[in-house]
Design a binder for this molecule. Structure first.
Ligand SMILES: CSC[C@H]1O[C@H](OP(=O)(O)O)[C@H](O)[C@@H]1O
Length: 358
């Protein structure tokens, strides 16, 4: 944690609970890099909207928000028995679970909150509520340690001065701290690694341009923004020695869903013989999902492609658009999957299972 502070990185909590206000405080990521505004969220409808609209985004941050949401959703319940409280919890769980489909952390966190609630079944309603609050806090605190561990494992694969390409934003604001794919950048910076990071802009929602370029620049990291269709040229020019990406759900065979465009980057990396690493907390690995084709890919509105970020529409009125939010990178294109328990190499079914038993 201190290393992170030393390098002057943006120490910003994108999701936290404010106990005095009884609210979830969320950094509105849709406004970055132009405005740093925090939202106070008390109602479940507002949290659902914040997740759905990507005000809070990034698989681990969505999980943290859902954990707190599960607590806030039942905190003022008038239930006097476990059974009644559980009925209310299930409604909150199902509602928040419908906000986005792909990042498994949302469901992982809700399941974890439910398991804790059941463990406390013989306690009073008030102490069950307290237990849920502390479980949500635990999810957030653990994520910091998980990201730091991923960062250290990833750093062991990198060398000083390397050019690193990343896609979308798997940085500190997508997690409790450090990020997943950006964690080794921050930890390496403290050790004088002097990485040159290339950030794909990541159409259509521009998380690379708006968020990755912003947080790395704030931290004093050497970052260069490129359009998505420039990844090949920077690889060909020898500027990239490794690709690091985050992920939203990893299947048991190692297929990894991440922001749309990631699989194309992996195909190019293979062509140029550049290692392609996926950084994945165990909370993002879904061993119940056998392969990538089973992952539900979120489809988002056409307007995100045609006009959202422009003063004037960038496409003819009424044109059809297709806007899948994620794609799945085939496990054969992935050099290694870096978890908080170690580095998994192919065959992934075996190596990922081992990570869960450590
Ligand atoms: C560290 S999680 C990574 C992550 O979040 C992304 O998606 P979104 O912005 O839609 O929530 C993405 O695919 C990432 O790499």
């Amino acid at each position: 944690m201190e290393k992170f502070m030393e390098v002057g990185a943006t120490v910003i909590q994108s999701v936290r609970l404010d106990e005095e206000k009884d609210a979830l405080i969320i950094l509105d990521q849709t406004l970055l890099p132009n405005e740093k505004r925090f939202l106070e969220i008390k109602k479940m409808e507002d949290l659902w909207e914040a997740i759905h609209s990507l005000r809070v985004r990034g698989a681990p941050a969505i999980g943290i928000a859902a954990g707190y949401g599960a607590y806030l959703g039942i905190k003022d319940s008038a239930a006097t028995t476990f059974a009644d409280l559980y009925e209310e919890f299930k409604k909150v769980r199902d509602y928040l679970g419908s906000s986005r489909p792909t990042a498994v952390n949302l469901f992982w966190a809700l399941d974890r909150m439910e398991a804790r609630l059941k463990e406390e079944a013989d306690q009073s309603v008030e102490s069950i509520k307290d237990a849920l609050k502390s479980e949500a806090e635990k999810i957030r605190m653990e994520d910091e340690q998980v990201c730091e561990a991923i960062g250290n494992y990833a750093l062991s694969l990198l060398e000083p001065g390397w050019g690193i390409l990343t896609h979308c934003n798997a940085g500190t604001i997508a997690t409790a701290k450090y990020g997943t794919a950006l964690a080794p950048i921050y930890l390496g910076q403290a050790e004088g690694y002097d990485f040159k990071v290339y950030a794909d802009e990541t159409r259509p929602l521009l998380q690379g341009a708006r968020l990755t370029a912003w947080e790395l620049k704030e931290a004093g990291v050497d970052v260069t923004l490129i359009c998505d269709n420039m990844a090949s040229i920077v690889m060909k020019e020898g500027r990239i020695q490794a690709v690091l990406v985050g992920c939203d759900r990893v299947a048991a065979n190692g297929d990894a869903a991440n922001k749309i465009g990631t699989s194309g980057v992996a195909i190019m990396a293979k062509h140029y013989q550049i290692p392609f690493y996926v950084c994945a907390p165990l909370s993002t690995i879904d061993m119940t999902c056998s392969a990538g084709e089973k992952i539900h890919i979120e489809l988002r509105s056409e307007e995100e492609i045609t006009s959202k970020w422009y003063e004037k529409p960038m496409a003819p009125a009424g044109v059809k658009a297709y806007n899948p939010c994620f794609d799945v990178t085939d496990h054969e294109l992935i050099t290694a999957i870096i978890t908080e328990k170690g580095i998994a190499y192919p065959p992934y079914h075996e190596s990922l299972s081992t990570m869960f038993n450590k």
